[in-house]
Design a protein. Structure first.
Length: 228
């Protein structure tokens, strides 16, 4: 809180963590009517998307589970991708999500308000992959113990070659690598900041008009490849 307050004023802050939970997790009903009979708009939206995907003849279409899935994750079922990405929310993230949601509430109490925005590093890397010429498995390989550092460095080099990041020389390059790619954690911060820069330039994915306002949205960078 002190860091964000002293660094301000800020238009927004990005975190690589969900800022909302699945509909069933936040439900206040005394008893569950079941997903099919639920009156929650987000649940109905999720079921409608699932029905559309099944009618399209998608293979291995898993049933929607509003206990563990968010609306954004279900919307990704409509995208044609080579390999399905991991959901943005999982039970393993619950403690971190609680912290992020608490931070969000505290920041909204400030004057002026600081808004939190959400992204996901593996999804962001996948969105950047074609434009930067990265390997198909970059969303997983950057975390590997044995050679993850090489893959993180490849991302940094590709960003510089593309002109999206100033080319560092000498000592500056060593500092940049130490701060940005030395560990998985610092790399997450670096990519999250990169998405924030795309967002500031108006180059991140935006919510559809019909999207449920209370549901979380994962901002991803828009490049010439993803825009097509």
């Amino acid at each position: 809180m002190d860091i964000l307050t002293l660094a301000g004023p800020l238009a927004g802050v990005f975190v690589d963590c969900p800022l909302t939970v699945p509909p069933c997790v936040s439900c206040q009903l005394p008893s569950c009517p079941g997903a099919v009979h639920c009156e929650d708009v987000a649940v109905a939206y999720m079921l409608a998307i699932s029905d559309k995907v099944r009618r399209r003849g998608a293979r291995r279409a898993r049933p929607v589970n509003p206990q563990s899935q968010r609306l954004w994750d279900v919307m990704q079922l409509t995208e044609v991708v080579e390999e399905r990405l991991e959901p943005s929310y999982s039970a393993n993230l619950a403690p971190l999500v609680t912290r992020a949601m608490t931070l969000q509430r505290r920041l909204k109490a400030l004057v002026p308000v600081i808004d939190l925005h959400e992204t996901q590093v593996p999804h962001a890397l996948e969105a950047l992959r074609l434009s930067l010429g990265l390997t198909p498995g970059i969303r997983q390989s950057y975390k590997r113990f044995e050679d993850g550092g090489e893959h993180r460095r490849a991302v940094l080099t590709a960003l510089q070659s593309k002109g999206w990041l100033a080319v560092a020389q000498g000592a500056e390059e060593q500092v940049l690598e130490a701060q940005a790619i030395s560990t998985v954690e610092t790399f997450h911060s670096f990519v999250t900041a990169l998405v924030a820069a795309f967002h500031s330039a108006g180059m991140t994915t935006t919510r559809p008009k019909e999207y449920v306002a209370s549901e979380g949205w994962v901002h991803l960078p828009l490049t010439e490849c993803s825009a097509k």
